[in-house]
Design a protein around this ligand. Structure first.
Ligand code: FES
Length: 459
């Protein structure tokens, strides 16, 4: 899987400084699979046309050819633990009711009445019901989608009960997430996500609970929003406060499968732009800068490393909260591993930054998107799993700092990420140049997203 085995043109990898794998080798710390390899692929240099972010025709193609055929994360299993619990998942003009049946199965139905089309549940809502009843004339379905009752049944002698079950779409689960797919011929989820399952064997996301859920409208196309989180190239300009604790140019970018890519960023390895060697204590102090959850001073003993003592500190904090740490290594605890599963799911399995992202078109507007930001924390040994919180809604103009559950330093980082989105989306329209020119290495995941999208559009 090493990059040495890919045919990479000389010009495509010229990042100064040591690679992530070289730095890890120099630390001599234990690095488990899948953090112990790199898998960069050179994917070409063509510009990415701006019309892909602005054109209504392109947006509709995405809906018809891509969103209608991919596995999408709709909710977590803990959102619908009991029979009758449901979540409405919307994508573009499509809407689905993801339902727990009497038998404990999960099913997903098109969210439209079979009488005259009324939505059975409101967009985005969730709740618990004994059956699904249309609010217009009261047609009612059982939790498994079979037709239960038609008021004034005498007037519908032509309606055959067995033909009026709610149409279903495919459902499967992985890592505690419920996925849906509108395509009846879709390949199984486990094949679609490969090799995600293999990579996450040590990071059981099903054993985590939702600690924070934020929803924010973003003023840009869903792909521009997702792309803002796919590279670390912007950090020096957008998040200067993170430079001391970020390995910047040494962030590793991997293409892992048809639908999967990742970056891997080492914590406490400063960007070489700092221009001098830092002591281990300085590295640790800078890594903690701005993190109000770690205000106390951590001393690095002589001969110790910032990485190990930061990991030790996090480990002790989690163990104090009754979390089983098993044999997780320092790297798995403190580093930032960001996986993206095409088209719109991002997973951070590390324990210091345990986020999940989802980017969707907001209704049918190519210029707007909806961002779901979750923090998944490990369920303690007691097995007690708090109920999922209601999403905290952050308006288009509002700051993440209004979210009480978010650390202020982190909220400011998300505000910084949002700050360029509207300008970029407007720039797509204003530009004389027709497309984005991407870096070969640091922005390869963006190219991978577009090439995968193209395969769906062409097929
Ligand atoms: Fe649903 Fe009439 S539209 S019962």
């Amino acid at each position: 899987m090493s990059s040495k085995h890919n045919k990479i043109p000389d010009f495509a990898m010229n990042s100064p400084g040591p690679s992530v794998q070289e730095i890890l080798a120099s630390t001599k710390e234990e690095v488990p699979y899948p953090l112990d390899f790199e898998a960069y692929k050179y994917l070409g240099t063509d510009d990415i046309d701006y019309s892909r972010y602005t054109s209504r025709e392109f947006f509709q193609q995405e809906m018809d050819r891509m969103w209608a055929r991919v596995w999408q994360w709709a909710c977590r299993e803990e959102h619908i633990p009991e029979p009758g619990d449901y979540v409405v998942y919307d994508i573009g003009a499509n809407s689905f009711i993801v339902m727990r049946t009497e038998e404990g199965e999960i099913k997903a139905f098109y969210n439209a009445c079979l009488h005259r089309g009324t939505m059975l549940a409101r967009s985005g809502e969730h709740g618990s019901v004994p059956q699904l009843t249309c609010p217009y004339h009261g047609w009612t379905w059982n939790l498994d989608g079979s037709l239960r009752e038609i008021p004034s049944e005498w007037d519908f002698a032509h309606v055959q009960c067995e033909k009026f079950s709610l149409p279903e779409i495919k459902v499967d689960t992985w890592g505690g997430f419920v996925f849906i797919n509108m395509d009846p011929d879709a390949k199984p989820l486990k094949d679609y996500i490969s090799p995600l399952d293999e990579h996450f064997k040590r990071w059981n996301l099903e054993d985590r609970y939702i600690a924070v859920h934020v929803q924010k409208e973003l003023p840009c196309n869903w792909k521009a929003a997702a792309e803002a989180f796919m590279e670390n190239y912007h950090t020096k300009t957008v998040h200067p406060q993170l430079i001391p604790s970020s390995s910047g140019p040494s962030t590793q970018y991997d293409i892992l499968g048809e639908h999967l890519s990742r970056f891997y960023n080492l914590t406490t390895v400063p960007d070489p732009v700092i221009g001098r060697e830092l002591s281990e204590q300085e590295r640790l102090d800078l890594a903690l800068m701005g993190d109000s959850s770690m205000r106390q001073k951590i001393e690095v003993p002589k001969g110790g490393t910032a990485r190990h003592y930061l990991a030790q500190f996090v480990r002790e904090q989690l163990e104090a909260n009754d979390v089983e740490m098993g044999d997780l290594t320092d790297a798995e605890i403190i580093d930032t591993m960001e996986y993206s599963l095409f088209p719109n799911m991002f997973l951070f399995p590390g324990l210091s930054l345990p986020m999940i992202y989802r980017f969707r078109p907001l209704s049918t507007d190519p210029d707007k998107s909806l961002f779901d930001l979750l923090f998944l924390r490990p369920v303690p040994r007691s097995g007690e799993r708090p109920d999922p919180p209601e999403p905290t809604y952050v308006g288009m103009e509002e700051s993440y700092t209004t979210v009480a559950e978010m650390d202020r330093g982190m909220a400011e980082v998300y505000d910084q990420d949002t700050s360029n989105m509207e300008r970029q989306q407007k720039g797509f329209y204003a530009s004389r140049k027709r497309g984005q020119t991407l870096g070969n290495y640091q922005e390869v995941r963006i190219r991978h997203l577009h090439q995968t999208l193209d395969r769906y559009l062409a097929d």
